[in-house]
Write a protein that binds this ligand. Structure first.
Ligand code: G6P
Length: 472
């Protein structure tokens, strides 16, 4: 197999296999962000193809080499559903749902991380760069460094990193930090996440940590500097703008409004069906506004897109039951023949349809209890080429650090959430415009291309410092 100078390692490959056996590009933004880099460097992407026991040879797709890492049904159960999504996911989202600590899951996590590290080590050329993505692969940086000391290694953590008081619950807390410290640059969404990470390093390892990096002692008695820093991720804003300008997408937005009975105001929630997203809190507030008579179904409809996610994990099954019970109750109490309170859609949609929905929605509700970034908030803003619409944004989403002109909320404070939803519904056009213009400037300036460029340039500067140190 030929090798690549630049390799991305992520749990998932950037493609899905359709029912016809054809590969299609997945909708995620990461592949769009990395595409230019991948093309320039003849890049490779190492990841799981999304189905059990699919053992296929590396193949070319859109100018990238895709290197599948097969996962058996048991790997999926222990490494993906267990350790990744029933331990790390809830622990790193401030234990909103109780994390489970199971030794068999951990053992599978170590073994699968090793397979990803080995696959990356085989795919990358001498002195090349590997960029590891997210919490499913936290041990890969150090494993790779041991296999291939010649590499420059980056890691980006897409989800929050919790405070030490919570992180310290993890029985394998030292091993995970050691795994991450194998990277030259460890990127986080928020300054607070990077701070939580370095504080954990100080507490558990007593290493020296400065703005310029963490001094990690090496086996040979020297130290290596690892940089832990915030690089807030973004979206391909231009792609959303182009879609929003398309006449067919705009016509679809009108059609959506009409099919909902032309309510005066449409509220919108778009999430993976996940307990971190605060969907229940949003529905509680909305249901109470109907009950209080502050809104009625003729005038206001909530559209909730909840895309299916991790459906075999207990906490997700329970959440689905609770949400669907709540939707049924609220609709049963308030629907009329012509109007519905909540139009609930347990489905995923293509990007065109999402942009049409964004254009149709007067108020976007992002009420996450904890969220690494929340790209939906940024997508809504990018799509509003008319400078209208209001974003209600949880302070617990990473996006709140950049999107200061949104209406900020604490989703646990239902009273305040209700008042903020009313304020958003009633916001005059001029104020919508003032806020939306400022929000759009932010998202357009710091798009996903700027994100990957700033991460990769931090990585390149670590590499040149290392080469200098060797040369002298
Ligand atoms: C979050 C994570 C990603 C993950 C995505 C979808 O955004 O940060 O790493 O890929 O959720 O979840 P899934 O479990 O379907 O990959």
């Amino acid at each position: 197999m030929s090798t690549a100078e630049f390799v991305v390692v992520a749990n998932r490959l950037p493609v899905d296999r359709g029912a016809d056996g054809e590969w299609n590009r997945s909708p995620g933004g990461l592949v769009a962000a990395l595409e230019p880099v991948m093309q320039r460097a003849d890049g490779a992407w190492v990841g799981w193809a999304g189905q059990p026991d699919l053992d296929i040879e590396p193949f070319e797709f859109d100018g990238m080499l895709l290197v599948p890492v097969p996962l058996s049904a048991e790997d999926i159960e222990l490494y993906y559903e267990g350790m990744s999504n029933d331990t790390f996911w809830p622990l790193y989202h401030d234990v909103i749902s109780p994390p489970r600590y199971r030794r068999v899951w951990w053992e599978a996590y170590v073994a699968v991380n090793r397979r990803f590290a080995e696959a990356a080590a085989t795919a990358v050329s001498d002195g090349g760069t590997v960029w590891v993505q997210d919490y499913q692969l936290q041990l890969v940086p150090q494993m790779l460094r041991e296999l291939r000391p010649d590499l420059t290694i980056g890691y980006f953590h897409h989800i929050p990193f919790p405070a030490y008081g919570l992180y310290s619950q993890l029985p394998w807390r030292r091993q995970v930090l050691e795994g991450l410290m194998g990277a030259d640059v460890i990127g986080f969404q928020r300054v607070a996440d990077a701070g939580n990470f370095t504080r954990s390093i100080r507490r558990l390892f007593h290493y020296e940590t400065r703005a310029s990096g963490i001094s990690v002692p090496q086996a040979d008695g020297t130290t290596r500097v690892a940089l832990a820093k915030a690089f807030p991720i973004s979206i391909d804003a231009d792609a959303y703008i182009e879609l929003a300008q398309r006449p067919d997408v705009q016509a679809r937005a009108l059609e959506i409004r009409e099919s909902l009975g032309n309510p005066k105001k449409i509220l919108l929630g778009v999430d993976r069906l996940d307990y971190t997203k605060g969907i229940r809190h949003r529905m509680k507030a909305f249901g109470e506004l109907l009950q209080d008579g502050r809104i009625n179904v003729e005038d206001v409809t909530l559209v909730q897109v909840a895309s299916p996610s991790r459906e075999r994990v207990d906490a997700y099954m329970q959440l689905r039951d609770e949400i669907e019970l709540t939707v049924g109750r609220i609709n049963g109490d308030y629907d009329t023949m012509g109007h519905t309170a909540i139009r609930y859609l347990h489905q995923g949609y293509p990007r065109e349809e999402m942009v049409a929905l964004y254009l149709a929605a007067d108020v976007m509700l992002v009420t996450a209890l904890r969220d690494g970034m929340n790209l939906v908030a940024k997508e809504y803003v990018a799509a509003r080429i008319d400078n209208r619409g209001t974003l209600v944004l949880s302070e617990f989403a990473g996006a709140a650090d950049e999107l200061g002109m949104a209406l900020r909320i604490n989703p646990h404070d239902i009273g305040a959430l209700k008042n903020t939803i009313m304020r958003a519904i009633e916001m005059p056009g001029a104020e919508q415009g003032r806020r939306m213009r400022a929000l759009r400037r932010k998202v357009i300036e710091n798009d996903v291309d700027a994100w990957s460029r700033s991460f990769l340039s931090a990585l390149a500067s670590v590499r040149s410092r290392r080469t200098d140190a060797k040369g002298t």
